[in-house]
Design a protein around this ligand. Sequence first.
Ligand code: FES
Length: 276
Amino acid sequence: MNIYQPYLMRIEEIIDETIDTRTLRLSFQDPKVADEFHFSAGQFGEYSVFGEGESTFCIASPPTRRGYIECSFKVCGKVTRALRRLDVGDTIGFRGPYGNRFPLDIMKGKSIVFIAGGIGLAPVRCVIWNVLDRRSEFKDVTVVYGARSVGDLVYKRELEEWSKRDDMRLVATVDPGGETPDWKGEVGFVPTVLQKAAPSPEDAYAIICGPPVMIKFTMPMLTDLGFPDDRIYTTLENRMKCGIGKCGRCNIGPVYVCKDGPVFTADQIKRLPPEF
Ligand code: FES
């Protein structure tokens, strides 16, 4: 089979997360493919609109939910504009799953702190649900999630659901000035709110994804809290095109984000060449 040949997917559901961010629930048109398809939290795919091109997004739904996958995207170019024009029942292409994964097996029995900013919650959400669907295998689960404003928060229905669960802790925040009169969460930048929430580093891993500025200021905060670099995981989405190590678009020095990543530890990121 041609490695660039996509699976055909039907759009089952469309959820508008924010004014410019949308989630698609997709099912495989071929029941045999649907049956055989497996992936792990952290992997990504190439989504195509016929005649328009492909775009890279993580798989935002967890592998524990079978029969469909979800992706979330912000409208920011030709392919995402074309994706936005599609309706329930329309067909798109999907290649994947590609890349490595978050090593949930080594996190078993440990606590996990998830930290995300903006649409960076998409890959993290996949792992959060994966962990919640296997809740008894993990210790404390903490989610710190921030966006610029209340209107920029994605997965609002799930944030609501997580805030009510007593087997996890959700700390949601918006940047100063981004709150609304009825906002009940925190107001402040993610690193500051994380410092205040002070999750214990004991027997714990951190998984973080968000805009570069958030990552830049959150990493030292995690270090201050006592998280070692090899227990901090993040995921990169670097200018990917082919997704399979052929086009050379995604490399940072000798590292191919699509093949060696997209999941890396803070330790590995610090060893990447300075252009990153
Ligand atoms: S995306 Fe083509 S080599 Fe990585």
